[in-house]
Design a protein around this ligand. Sequence first.
Ligand SMILES: NC(=O)C1=CN([C@@H]2O[C@H](COP(=O)(O)OP(=O)(O)OC[C@H]3O[C@@H](n4cnc5c(N)ncnc54)[C@H](OP(=O)(O)O)[C@@H]3O)[C@@H](O)[C@H]2O)[C@@H](O)CC1
Ligand SMILES: Nc1ncnc2c1ncn2[C@@H]1O[C@H](COP(=O)(O)OP(=O)(O)O)[C@@H](O)[C@H]1O
Ligand SMILES: [K+]
Length: 498
Amino acid sequence: MFELLTPEEMARADRLTIEAGAKDGFSLMLAAGRAVADAAQNMFSSQGPIAVLCGPGNNGGDGYVAAQFLREAGRDVICFSAGQPRPGTDAMRAAVFYKGDVRNLGEFAPAGFGGVIDALYGAGLARPVGGAEADAISAVNASGLSVIAVDLPSGVSGESGAVQGVAIRAWASVTFFRKKPGHLLQPGRGYCGIVHLADIGIADSVLDEIRPDSFENMPQLWLEKLPSPDVNAHKYSRGHAAVFSGPVHSTGAARLAAMAAARAGAGAVTLLSPSDALAVNAAHVTSIMLRETRTPKDAESFVRDRKVSAALLGPGYGSPSFARDNILTLLGAENGLSGLVLDADGITAFENRPEQLFGAKRNPAAVLVLTPHEGEFRRLFPDIASSGDMSKTAKACKAASRANAVLIYKGPDTVIAASDGRAAINANGTPALATAGSGDVLAGIVCGLLAQGMPAFEAACAAVWVHADAARRFGRGLIADDLPDQLPAVWTALARAG
Ligand SMILES: NC(=O)C1=CN([C@@H]2O[C@H](COP(=O)(O)OP(=O)(O)OC[C@H]3O[C@@H](n4cnc5c(N)ncnc54)[C@H](OP(=O)(O)O)[C@@H]3O)[C@@H](O)[C@H]2O)[C@@H](O)CC1
Ligand SMILES: Nc1ncnc2c1ncn2[C@@H]1O[C@H](COP(=O)(O)OP(=O)(O)O)[C@@H](O)[C@H]1O
Ligand SMILES: [K+]
């Protein structure tokens, strides 16, 4: 159930089902309307009639069907029409199926109603919402009435989560077969309320034809690939992670990342430390090893000789030119490195010269993972960032392809993208993560998982999910230092679930 379908892919699922003779369009609509009516029965008290706002398309059709089922269950219902369905359509059949009171949307006012079913627009939202529809939506939002959205809150794009003009704020959304990206991407996610997924009789086998490449980031997506140590493991066979430390005044970020890599399961973690920072790092770390690293050649020979399998550069690193020298040296050398993670200063180092990174000579064995937040993304991909008509998923995929990297585009709706077009949207985040240093911990977890040989896309997805789960487990008062210590409980819970 973790596949996400764009509105076009959902329409294809619909067509494939109808063509296979499994269901006709109106049967699907009956099932959809039934699911909405059931949700309304559960959510709306019997105080006051239910207003059903119906658009002219199939979303409105679902609304008429739900209204009729609610009438049959003895509920008081009034439909408000935003335009007649076209003759011969399933939506028209649904309008005829409904036997109750229909008024013009212009006559709608929320006062006196016990709840609202929003069936104005769903997958077919084609332009910004205006006119009587926008007035009705604004009135409902101001009223505080409970709202169930059919498929998606009207005004929210199913593909991007963008609000087209104005959007209705729902308490719950009932969607069909699979969620859409707009249920998870912001700002859309904030309008959906609780998302219920209803089975309307579309068989999972249609996905074999559609082959969706975007997913909700859930453990099922990566659990099988999560490393677990072999019975004969020794510390280096479990994976050696190296984290570059910043200079003496800026070492904490790398230590946070190093602890996170260790708690993610790397058998050995070494902080590659400039000379001036050795003493301060030594005063703070115990299980983490230290290595004085003055030049890129020092780092490169350490990586090769000590069988470092993944490295991280960026948290608190400082100097852009040192950062570039180290990164380009490590990426280009035959050194046994299977993954290089760039975060923070490791990304910013290529501002105004991203082609140096994208065109760099690369050891094909070393996968690049980039973990930008919004600002860092803009520094590396300014044209993609400013493209107004792309979803966050599309932006992440385009950037991953350009950089030939796995990309973690962070935020409340973090998107993980691979250069082959796969993308996962994370939904278990919490604003508790908006605390200094939490991104350093995330980069460290990715590095720790890569060091153990986990494939990069799955490692990135797993890292984002466990990072958020760790924050949820801690609760209020979280600071970044607390996150690595929560990881053992997260791993234990995942092992039980798997
Ligand atoms: N696919 C499936 O498997 C199933 C789908 N189902 C349901 O179908 C829904 C999709 O139906 P849909 O394609 O008819 O689109 P829908 O959302 O009703 O909108 C299209 C209509 O709205 C109009 N319109 C659009 N934007 C507008 C605006 N801003 N302002 C004004 N008008 C605007 C647009 O006008 P037009 O662009 O044609 O002029 C057209 O008339 C889906 O969300 C789900 O609920 C279920 O029945 C179960 C199976
Ligand atoms: N409101 C939020 N909801 C969920 N996750 C968030 C939110 N704000 C930030 N995060 C997450 O917190 C982390 C912050 O990373 P970053 O911005 O690099 O911080 P820092 O540089 O302080 O380490 C990212 O993983 C991001 O996805
Ligand atoms: K809707």
